[in-house]
Design a protein around this ligand. Sequence first.
Ligand code: SF4
Length: 239
Amino acid sequence: MSLIKGRIHSIQSLGTVDGPGVRFVVFFQGCNLRCKCCHNPDTWSLSEGKECTALEIVEKAKRYKEYFGTKGGITLSGGEPLLQSGFAKEIFSLAKQCGINTCLDTSGCILNDDVKSLLSVTDRVLLDVKYTEDALYRENVGCSFGSVMSFLSYLDECGIAVTLRQVIIPTINDDADNVIALGNIAENHKCVDKIELLPFKKICQTKYDEMKIDFPFSSIPQTCVETIENLKKYIKNYV
Ligand code: SF4
């Protein structure tokens, strides 16, 4: 086992919203994107956070194994875990040796040999499809829609289970056409078995204030529960 060190932002020992069952969630430090809706600007810098080894992380996760049951396990989130694919692969390889399920929460904007190697030990991907149009991706994320679709096609080829996730942002993507398009993406990729629509929230405003940077979507209202419930009817097979 190598002694690669990685940088993480934080750990949530018993998370219930980032993948199936109860999960040990590791938030990676560093992100190559600058989504205007980002809730975690404090994860962007790759030079901050805490340095640790994969072994240290998996040893900690093992303490919670009895809570994982048959569905739960480890989730790597961020930030963007794909920026530290070698480190992430080491965590997942060790987890699998201990019989712990592995789940990767990613924007899916990077696909290289290191990422493919990481995916070879990944049980499920939570793929954040932020928009269903290239123009919105370029304006509000900083990568192309095509790069995310290429990533999804690769997951489909490999037969890795996928949950599509999308934050519903009022006035930007809270329309039926967008959610229907998301449903079509799921229909065209048999690896997708679930779609999660998440409300846009602004509790992150304080992080932006502390960092003394603008929250680009600060004037957009939060998403109400009714909007999410209404949109779910367009993706009935996946909720
Ligand atoms: S990919 Fe995630 S962490 Fe990175 S900027 Fe977008 S929302 Fe923030």
